[in-house]
Design a protein around this ligand. Structure first.
Ligand SMILES: *[C@@H]1O[C@H](CO)[C@@H](O)[C@H](O)[C@H]1NC(C)=O
Length: 547
């Protein structure tokens, strides 16, 4: 499908909009903009559509949101699609994207294995100049960054890793043919949501599994459901679900109880926790009292409930204290938790070992194992780095963006990211990012926030065309105000008290700041629509004449 003519600076390809990334965000924008008559192209670094679900194929990969809300709302897509499980696997999501392709015909406008390495807005031409790794140049009025939050993986530097004779995998770059660990001694470094998913799978298959844990994952029971094939009833309620999910702060359709934890009598509190616990998933946090992530004492009560439920599942007292400490290391829910099925039971198996990286650290890799500071030597055939990403900001920095003065975004954001409305950046006219920095993003159900932001971006583009505007650009002052607002809301929560990737704290040297808007989807949408309706905080440029 790639254009065979060679597009260089003298003969660039030209579009109204170049969309970078073919996940939920990119697909949503392409589908709607194309229908409105805009010429669009998606540049996708990978081999297929699906975004994060195309990229991540490690064992156990699965979405932690209920499928009812974790999907696109276009009837063409859901009317003849049925989910097999409440929390679909990565494989099922890949089938879902194949279905999307069948219904929406996306790929004809996607160029795969096309990585953007350079992009800068030319004020004179009022167009973006976009360069891809293959040396091609494209010009476009709009640049729509749909690169998600997990495009730049993080691999810590461990001394001697290059001498290790076994296999090393990063969870984000899994061999497509899979990995057979039968009879092998394996290790997983990291217990974030990916680590938990891999550990559950490999505990069953490997000869021995050694888990290197720095921070326990306060994982919640998934309570997976297998669904009947016949789902006609759901089709009648989907439109309501899609409307309702946008009215809840996390976009999940679940709302907190409008009451302070301390105002509820203990029996009432216990009954609410218990009911949410039975529902499974993130209900314990999302459906709790509204101050659960605001008030340390309220948060502690929830933690203690979780610990009471979870500790009995682990037999060994030492492992129990490491996996479910009596004293929490950070507020409950302030780091991304995970949903689990038999994660804690896995540690009862004699072949599963736990190393506490708060007591000892990894000194070096040897040719056949890892040495820790306690002097222990762990013999290994394979090691997984479930060490995550330069989250949220990394994806944008990764594509060679420069402001109109030629300064790189990476350089500009050294001391912290600044955005306006979690949608635009000053110095980057006509560029919008979705599901990224300073939007509801990682604190929300992806497709909910994506569709809401997508509609706003499409509306902006349509109104610009109708009003003959050639460019809009956030003012530095507006961006500064928005960034402070994001920080102020975050400061009122318990999020800053955890060393999380939400806060940029997982990457050495990265500025610590809240990267997500914590005020909830409705408040976010209201702030954005109000500002966008009269171009508040933007410098607008009218098209002079036909050029
Ligand atoms: C947020 O809290 C930090 C740390 O206490 C403080 O330095 C910063 O000024 C606060 N930001 C806002 C906008 O209130």
């Amino acid at each position: 499908m790639a254009d065979s003519t060679h597009h260089t600076d003298s003969h660039p390809a030209r579009y109204d909009a170049v969309i970078v990334g073919a996940g939920f965000s990119g697909i949503f924008l392409l589908y709607h903009l194309r229908k409105l008559g805009f010429s669009c192209r998606i540049y996708e670094a990978g081999d297929d559509i699906g975004g994060t679900w195309e990229q991540h194929t490690y064992p156990g990969v699965r979405v932690d949101c209920e499928n009812w809300v974790y999907q696109l709302s276009m009837p063409e897509v859901w009317e003849d699609w049925s989910w097999s499980e409440l929390y679909p696997s990565g494989q099922e999501l890949r089938r879902y994207f194949a279905h999307i392709e069948k219904k929406l015909d996306i790929k004809k406008d996607v160029e795969f294995q096309t990585k953007v390495v350079n992009a800068q807005f030319d004020r004179e031409k009022s167009r973006w100049r976009i360069e891809t790794q293959d040396g091609r140049v494209t010009e476009s009025q709009f640049l729509l960054a749909c690169v998600g939050i997990a495009a730049k993986r993080y691999t810590p530097d461990f001394p001697g890793a290059e001498h290790f004779q076994g296999a090393i995998y990063h969870s984000a770059r899994w061999p497509r043919e899979g990995v057979n660990v039968g009879g092998k001694k394996v290790a997983v470094i990291g217990t974030g949501s990916t680590g938990v998913q891999i550990i559950q799978e490999w505990a069953r298959e490997a000869d021995t599994l050694t888990v290197f844990q720095r921070t326990p994952n306060l994982a919640l029971p998934m309570r997976q459901l297998q669904l009947p094939r016949e789902q006609d009833f759901m089709k009648t309620v989907y439109p309501h679900i899609f409307r309702d999910r946008e009215t809840t702060s996390t976009g999940t359709g679940v709302e907190s109880v409008p009451k302070r934890t301390c105002e509820a009598p203990p029996e009432e509190r216990e009954a609410l926790y218990e009911a949410n616990w039975r529902k499974g998933g993130f209900h314990l946090i999302l459906g709790g009292y509204f101050d659960s992530l605001l008030d340390p004492q309220a948060n502690r009560l929830m933690y203690d409930f979780w610990a009471r439920k979870t500790r009995p599942r682990i037999h060994d007292p030492k492992k129990r204290d490491l996996l479910v400490p009596l004293e929490p290391l950070h507020p409950f829910g302030a780091k991304r938790g995970s949903l689990e099925v038999d994660y804690f039971e896995a540690f009862n198996q004699p072949n599963v070992h736990l190393v506490n990286l708060r007591e000892e650290h990894i000194v070096e890799f040897k040719s056949h194992g890892i040495v820790t500071s306690s002097g222990a030597y762990h013999e290994l055939d394979a090691v997984v780095f479930a060490t995550g990403f330069d989250g949220v900001t990394g994806s944008l920095i990764n594509m060679g963006l420069c402001n109109t003065e030629g300064k790189s975004l990476e350089e500009e954001w050294k001391d912290g990211a600044t955005t306006y409305l979690g949608l635009t950046i000053s110095g980057y006219p006509n560029m919008f990012h979705m599901y990224g920095v300073h939007g509801p993003t990682a604190l929300s159900n992806g497709p909910t926030g994506i569709e809401m932001q997508g509609r706003m971006i499409i509306d902006v583009i349509q109104r610009m065309r109708a009003n003959r505007l050639s460019s809009i650009e956030a003012t530095p002052e507006a961006a500064d105000t928005w960034t402070k607002r994001v920080e102020k809301i975050s400061n009122a929560t318990l999020f800053p008290q955890a060393d999380s990737w939400y806060m940029g704290a997982n990457i050495p040297g990265k500025k610590r700041q809240m990267l997500n808007f914590c005020g909830g989807i409705p408040a976010y949408e209201q702030a954005c629509t109000q500002a966008l309706s009269n171009w508040e905080g933007f410098t607008i440029v009218q098209r002079a004449h036909l050029s």
